[in-house]
Design a protein around this ligand. Structure first.
Ligand SMILES: [Zn+2]
Length: 225
């Protein structure tokens, strides 16, 4: 199995709030939700994404939903007593997580991150752009995650993308998911981000493709078997 990753901040003036994880049996992307002016937390979204990433790696032996629940609980304890974790805009992230065991691939998506699984040429595209649920300070958030599994021998390729990268397909329509996977197989995931940035630069006023962020933090983890 071969895993590649690519990540690029959406702006040069601010650090990326995306994170990419590649562990021995685990792949993940996290996408920090842009902070509101008031969050009840003195740490910030980037800090939270770092803490949750570290905790996810620590519990990677658990099944994805259990792992994320535990990671959220542990990350919540790292806030200071002064942070208000009941604040509705407490730092949170969209998460896509893939766990690979000897015989099965399990996935979990919480929020607008995307997992694409290619099983013998059949694509399964998993993303939740509707409910707006993300991973914050409450383990119960995981109830809203989309989960599933496929037999590992059937899996050819897997891609995990934050929404800033998935927009190459689902906003700009540069190509469909089958072509996106072919592109990444041929040129690597950084080529997907590079082509998308070129389109974003041609439409800096967001006229042709109306969008809130001209360029967003973009991250891809791509695995081929
Ligand atoms: Zn905090």
């Amino acid at each position: 199995m071969r895993t590649q990753m690519a990540t690029e901040a959406g702006r040069t003036t601010a650090p990326s709030e995306d994170r990419a994880l590649v562990g021995p049996n685990l792949l993940a992307v996290l996408d920090g939700v842009t902070a509101k002016p008031e969050t009840g937390c003195g740490h910030g979204v980037g800090w939270f994404a770092d803490q949750l990433s570290a905790e996810i790696l620590r519990v990677a032996h658990l099944e994805p939903a259990a792992a994320l629940r535990q990671a959220i609980a542990q990350a919540a304890e790292l806030h200071d007593g002064t942070c208000d974790l009941d604040h509705p805009d407490s730092p949170s992230v969209a998460v896509a997580l893939v766990q690979i065991t000897d015989d099965v691939l399990r996935y979990l998506v919480l929020g607008d991150a995307t997992v694409v699984v290619d099983t013998k040429g059949e694509l399964r595209v998993v993303s939740d752009t509707v409910t707006n649920r993300t991973a914050g300070a409450k383990p119960a958030d995981v109830e809203h995650a989309l989960t599933g599994e496929v037999p590992l021998p059937d899996v050819r390729r897997v891609a995990l993308l934050t929404d800033g990268a998935a927009r190459a397909v689902d906003l700009f329509g540069l190509f469909g998911w089958p072509q996106a996977l072919e592109l990444m197989t041929a040129n690597g995931p950084d080529d997907l981000i590079r082509r998308m940035r070129a389109v974003e630069k041609e439409d800096v006023k967001a006229v042709d493709w109306p969008r809130e962020k001209i360029s967003d933090d973009a991250t891809v983890v791509y695995l081929e078997r």
